[in-house]
Design a protein around this ligand. Structure first.
Ligand SMILES: *[C@@H]1O[C@H](CO)[C@@H](O)[C@H](O)[C@H]1NC(C)=O
Ligand SMILES: *[C@@H]1O[C@H](CO)[C@@H](O)[C@H](O)[C@H]1NC(C)=O
Ligand SMILES: *[C@@H]1O[C@H](CO)[C@@H](O)[C@H](O)[C@H]1NC(C)=O
Length: 385
């Protein structure tokens, strides 16, 4: 514990010096951007990302460690915003030579302390999470730290190697909704465009748990769980098969056909349908999944063309366009069961009355869908099945 607080106080000092240096550099250069100061820990986080100069300065002090960003985030998480501000004010009063002296002191201190790497920071957070007597507040904090740390792909891979996926997957069953939400978010972020992590999260069996969470009465929790589900199955045929086995088509259909579901979730759901169809189209060598022969699902997508939300309508059109190109979807199902022809006519009238530029774009997409639908109908007639 003593070591940790020494690290934190060093980081605070470093943080303050870094910010002041960045501020003075900006002033000398007559930069138009406002001085870099923060009043809350959250803004401090933004500061780290925005001020490339500040990071460069700190790197110079140190002689180049790889994980300054992660360390600062970690320090911010462990610090009191009021103290942070106070330190910054103290440092601001220093003369340039005093400032340089401080920088040297920090360099020495950091060498002595051997600043932790991102992997070590993740290990600390994971150890915290495994401690059942950790307070809820500290549990949230550990998860928030991981959420940031896991962003770079190398860190996501390291977290797997540290056994982090198991730890976080267990948190999906926590009694606190925010803990579950943050854990789902971390798994989603780590899996995004990362087949290595996707595979391991799927093997642990987190997909079914996440799909249950999509039913949560908390819209935030449901949305983050859905984000994780999408990240796990995106461009991942194995994940998609598992999703189908867990009745993913029914889940999507429920979300799409229920207007009282949070709009963010409905947009994500229709986007995922389009994305899954696109993935099928790209993998022509693989047999098409039975997923899209669920005509209720297809109908729930077509029905969204009558939604009052133009964004949702547009996403539905994109999905329909992809669905029409699949071999397993039948023109007659779209025609007779989904009533796609009527839906497109209705939509045309509505868009004609909407003079926003966005509506004009959506209309040209609608027209494309209409042509694709006519082509599919022609095809169906030419080759009866
Ligand atoms: C101002 O900016 C230039 C170029 O970005 C940089 O080389 C110079 O060191 C800056 N001025 C000061 C005083 O740091
Ligand atoms: C677990 O957390 C409690 C409360 O923060 C702390 O007192 C205890 O030292 C921790 N145990 C371990 C093994 O870190
Ligand atoms: C979600 O809730 C619906 C309706 O209550 C239910 O039919 C469905 O099985 C649930 N889905 C999951 C994955 O638990």
């Amino acid at each position: 514990m003593a070591r940790i607080s020494a690290i934190v106080s060093t980081l605070l000092l470093l943080f303050a010096v870094t910010a002041v240096v960045a501020t003075s550099v900006e002033h000398e250069n007559q930069s138009s951007s406002a001085g870099l100061f923060w009043s809350t820990a959250k803004e401090g986080g933004d500061l780290v990302h925005k001020s490339g100069d500040a990071t460069a300065t700190a790197d110079d002090i140190d002689g180049g460690f790889s994980s300054l960003d992660g360390m600062l985030q970690w320090a911010i998480g462990h610090s009191d915003p009021a103290k942070l501000k106070e330190k910054a004010q103290d440092v601001k009063r220093l003369s340039p030579s005093e400032l340089r002296q401080r920088q040297l002191e920090i360099k020495e201190l950091m060498e002595k302390l051997k600043m932790p790497s991102d992997a070590q920071l993740m290990q600390i957070a994971l150890d915290d999470l495994s401690n059942s007597s950790l307070s809820l507040e500290d549990r949230h904090r550990a998860l928030q730290e991981l959420l940031i740390l896991v962003e770079p792909i190398d860190n996501a891979n390291d977290m797997c190697k540290l056994g982090g996926l198991g730890v976080i997957t267990r948190e999906l069953d926590h009694s606190d909704s925010d803990v579950r939400k943050l854990s789902a978010w971390i798994l989603g972020k780590a899996s995004q465009n990362n087949p290595y992590v996707q595979k391991q999260v799927l093997e642990i069996g987190a997909l079914a748990t996440l799909m249950k969470m999509v039913n949560s009465s908390s819209a935030d929790e449901a949305t983050k769980a859905f984000y994780a589900v999408s990240a796990l199955i995106r461009n991942n045929v194995g994940g998609q098969q598992l999703f189908f086995m867990e009745a993913g088509d029914k889940m999507l259909q429920d979300i799409l056909s229920n207007p009282s579901v949070d709009i963010r979730l409905r947009r994500k759901a229709v986007f995922l349908v389009g994305d899954l169809a696109e993935c099928q189209l790209e993998n022509t060598d693989k047999a098409e999944m039975l997923f899209f022969s669920n005509s209720l699902l297809l109908k729930s997508v077509v029905d969204l063309t009558a939604s009052g939300d133009l964004d949702l309508q547009e996403k539905a059109l994109v999905a329909i366009k992809n669905l029409l190109q699949l071999k397993t979807t039948e023109a007659m199902v779209f025609e007779e069961f989904c009533r796609l022809g009527e839906a497109l006519e209705r939509m045309k009238k509505q868009l004609e009355e909407d003079h926003r530029e966005y509506a004009i774009d959506v209309e040209s997409l609608r027209k494309e869908v209409e042509l694709a639908f006519q082509a599919k109908l022609e095809n169906g007639r030419a080759v009866p099945t």
